[in-house]
Design a protein around this ligand. Structure first.
Ligand code: FAD
Length: 300
């Protein structure tokens, strides 16, 4: 891709070749993207996508990078960030409908609703990342998932922008099935009337809990493994005796054993090897097969 002529692309956003993805992930690992593009707006994104399709270049959408393990070899094709898609609107106060663009940050959405006397999404406040990433992961906390408070997703699918009611989508614990190539442009939340003080209390409690449980002191991607049905991954990891185990710069956190942390200079290979070791020990000791919640993308 090094001989790609970018001048024939009429793109108003930012585009770079070889940008290191370690700067875009909370684990602070990841090699270069062939192309890294930040479209200015929807029209710019449509232009970019049709240009990529024309040249047979694959694309990967990145949100805040809080749930990603990007390979040391980086990502072939284009990595597209919707970080400039940050609009939030209360589109129908009588129905409590709020529309947030994919690049809006979760806490900003919660605060926007709070200031207008709406709530019901306080659990999102402490989940780092964007609306797009939250939807794709069906992010959640304290038994609530983001999809439960969402009425529709606006998707770019096969070159067309359309709204899809959440009831028509197949989703479950930390997943939603979209068609390959779908890009989430926005989500419409269904909120309830809620006093500002009540939401403030929800946010404060969440932050306190996370300060005690999640203050691992090193870069992480949150819970590395999904909780198997009826079980807690951290407890299984503890039973397997691997809390604190380290491979290169990657370590099973001593504070929260379902967090794998970057103790400094870790590579994606370190994380992959550590995750394998954890899964193997958990399987041997408890008989349970852990599944990654963090997504691995790119070349090893
Ligand atoms: C300290 C810490 C605590 C955390 N706590 C929680 C928690 O309590 N609950 C929880 O669920 N998660 C938690 N996480 C994980 C993470 O915050 C969530 O998964 C979050 O939703 C990821 O959002 P993101 O924008 O960073 O997405 P990314 O990590 O950038 O991407 C995640 C996936 O979404 C896709 N994606 C992103 N945007 C779009 C788009 N617009 N269109 C199509 N696909 C898209 C990406 O391709 C990728 O497959 C935590 C992480 C950290 C670091």
């Amino acid at each position: 891709m090094s001989n790609l002529n970018l001048s024939c692309l009429s793109f108003r956003g930012r585009i770079a070749q070889g940008e290191l993805l370690s700067g875009h992930t909370s684990l602070k690992v990841g090699g270069p993207a062939d192309l890294f593009a930040v479209p200015e707006d929807e029209a710019d994104l449509l232009e970019l996508v049709s240009w990529l399709d024309l040249h047979g270049i694959s694309r990967f959408i990145i949100g805040g990078g809080y749930n990603l393990l990007v390979g040391d070899g980086g990502i072939r094709g284009a990595v597209v960030s919707l970080e400039r898609f940050t609009g939030i609107n209360l589109i129908d106060p009588s129905q409590g409908l709020l529309r947030a663009q994919a690049g809006a940050d979760n806490l900003t959405v919660v605060r926007f609703a709070q200031e207008r006397g709406f709530g019901g999404i306080g659990f999102m406040a402490g989940i780092p990342g964007t609306v797009g990433g939250g939807m794709k992961m069906n992010a959640g906390a304290y038994g609530s998932g983001i999809m439960e408070r969402t009425s529709s997703l606006t998707l770019l699918r096969n070159g067309t922008v359309a709204d899809f009611p959440v009831g028509e989508l197949d989703y479950g614990y930390r997943r939603v099935s979209l068609a390959p190539g779908d890009i989430i442009l926005a989500a419409t939340f269904t909120l309830v009337k809620r006093g500002q003080a009540e939401t403030e209390d929800e946010i404060r409690k969440d932050q306190e809990l996370r300060r005690t449980k999640h203050a691992v002191g090193y870069p992480s991607a949150g819970s590395f493994f999904k909780n198997p049905p009826g079980q807690a991954a951290w407890r299984l990891i503890d039973q397997a005796g691997v809390r604190g185990v380290q491979v290169g710069g990657a370590q099973v956190s001593e504070v929260h054993s379902n967090f794998l942390v970057n103790r400094g200079g870790a590579t994606a290979r370190d994380f992959l090897a550590l995750a394998e070791r954890v899964k193997e020990r958990v399987k041997v000791i408890t008989g349970v097969e852990l599944e990654e919640e963090v997504r691995f993308v790119g070349d090893k």
